[in-house]
Design a protein around this ligand. Sequence first.
Ligand code: NCD
Ligand code: ZN
Length: 347
Amino acid sequence: MTTLTLRRPDDWHLHLRDGAALAAVLPFTAARFGRAIIMPNLNPPVTTTQQALAYRERIVAALPAGSNFQPLMTLYLTDGTAPEEVARARSGGIFGFKLYPAGATTNSESGVTDLRNIRRVLERMSEHDVVLQVHGEVTGVEVDVFDREARFIDEVLLPLCVRHPGLRIVFEHITTRRAVEFVRSARAGVAATITPQHLLMNRNALFTGGIRPHLYCLPVLKTEDDRAALIDAATSGDPRFFLGTDSAPHARHTKEAACGCAGIFSAHAAIELYAEVFDSVGRLALLPGFAAEFGADFYGLPRNPDFITLADEPWQVPDSYAFGNDRLVPLRAGEMVRWRMLGSAGK
Ligand code: NCD
Ligand code: ZN
């Protein structure tokens, strides 16, 4: 049996929700990852340091006994975010602010309508070296859904990088060759996360044999050429690209619906699925950098002290998992995942 032992990874983009949903999904992440940046798109959104610290407490209270998992919090930017919130966030141990263009994705209705409305907040973030996490899609109804990321780069991200030269930015869940090229040529302080689904599938997967609501997420899956560029970026050893699952659980009936929610749940097999991608191009040796080193380095945190082991031992993903009073359909439901996580060990 082939095994791979690697430093415990971190997930730099994760949705945990709240209440019973949180309790249902948290153990999957806590078993695999040392830390995760917890997205603030609850309803209502997490917009203040105080709310984020209270949410953090609820996450810690929901952890399985003995878990050392650390939730890292980020605040949801709105048109009304107070510039003073940045210093409060900094001293309160908050790890970033998340920019959702209003209307871009799930629970983004309170997001930012125009970057001019948060200019002073962004200036304070540069001064205090607080990271900006960006959902990079424009929202205009006239813009083709597959072009939204590229248009965002030209119309929003490039000007933002110039206007705020000291601001550190994570371009979240990149999906296109254009985004890979942007990050590679960007000034210092710009990085990107990449999800398992955008590495594993192209947009054909949404329509294989019929419409596949469980493979619908935002930004939507792109072309095979885009996927090839993402694989090349993730497996290149370039520290500007690191792991962020964007695992985003939704109850089964809200996805299998006339208007299904965006979001793919991958926390049950996240590191295993990334291993599959790296293995597919013969670059498993480069997985530890992407999964366990570059993100921690970017956020200025120590790398995790302990290790996990993956074995080349296929297993079948259940058709669904419990999700409060509902069910949740995970990525690869009913299908095989090639790598299995065996366990973890101290240093
Ligand atoms: C996320 C969610 O469900 O919260 N959905 C998704 O498709 N990725 C929101 C997001 O990150 O865009
Ligand atoms: Zn997300």
